[in-house]
Design a protein around this ligand. Sequence first.
Ligand SMILES: NC(=O)c1ccc[n+]([C@@H]2O[C@H](COP(=O)([O-])OP(=O)(O)OC[C@H]3O[C@@H](n4cnc5c(N)ncnc54)[C@H](OP(=O)(O)O)[C@@H]3O)[C@@H](O)[C@H]2O)c1
Length: 328
Amino acid sequence: MPMRWAIVGSGQMADGIAAAIDRTPDAELTVIVGRTMDSAARLATHRGGRPADDLVAALGKDVDAVYVGSPNAFHHEHARRALLAGKHVLVDKPAATTLPDARDLVATADAVGLVLAVNLQGRHHPGLGIAREWIADQVIGRPVVFRASLAFGPEALEGWRADPSLAGAAALYNLGVHAIDMVLAIADEPAMQVLALTSPAGEPLDRTSILLVRLRSGAVATILASQELDSDEVVLEVVGTRARLAWSGWMAPYRRGRISVSTAEGPTRTVDVECPDAYERVVADVMEAARTGRPPAASGAALLETVAVTEAARDSARLARAIDVHRS
Ligand SMILES: NC(=O)c1ccc[n+]([C@@H]2O[C@H](COP(=O)([O-])OP(=O)(O)OC[C@H]3O[C@@H](n4cnc5c(N)ncnc54)[C@H](OP(=O)(O)O)[C@@H]3O)[C@@H](O)[C@H]2O)c1
């Protein structure tokens, strides 16, 4: 029996997940829930499934799992409703725009015993396992500094992304969440403190955010997310006591990248890594988690951690001081 999916949202990301469902064995798209019947029908004509405009009514017996790809401010409500309707949930990032909402989602998923996964596709990149293995093998010595940058050129804020009450933040949520999650996934340890500067200063819709994050081991991460740089920046680096690990092209839409380790004398090892099917991996992971009961790759823990760090970053930028990361 295939896993039958509903998609909430009818925009760019909904289309991407619909295409991934189409390419995933044993997955079937049964319903698209749009803001309006028209926008749902537009995507359904293209990708299949029946159109709907009422989430609760749409989540019938022919739906096993729900992808939530609505504007950020609705993620918590839509994911919560889907869980309470008895469906597994893949929610896009940011999974929630407040820490209490994030905690509520995780608690709701635990209470109903269903899968709650976040669409943090970097978690599924084959390069992540390689980077983690090399670091665990002490190839670079003790990690001291993590650096992650994500920028895909200048991007105008339009539609819901230009409305602070729907978006919550701009570069921090659109790109920064991925960079934060990848640093935490590679470091395999939690964040303790955040100091953030955003530009324009004092505005919720940041075009550029720079975070300094102290990790539990004492290592420090610098994270840049920008929607106004002229050039792409897709950088992940871990600088250790003996060598530096650098990973280029770690994030979709880049499909190919390279992980290398170098010392002051030059490169010591290099591997090319590919991830042409990030969203198929995300969909397949949710299905496997539902089938086996194992946690998804980007689980409630990653959800809570990314929301805790982004919340600390927003507070830090607003208050112009370092903020401890709280999870409860
Ligand atoms: N994981 C990733 O790499 C990744 C990449 C891109 C986006 N995302 C996430 O995916 C989510 C959707 O982004 P997107 O790029 O797909 O956005 P999008 O193309 O602008 O689509 C937004 C969707 O939300 C609906 N919508 C717009 N304004 C609304 C409102 N006021 N009330 C209710 N619905 C409204 C739109 O409906 P209409 O068509 O009827 O206006 C459309 O279905 C965001 O949370 C974003 O952070 C994740």
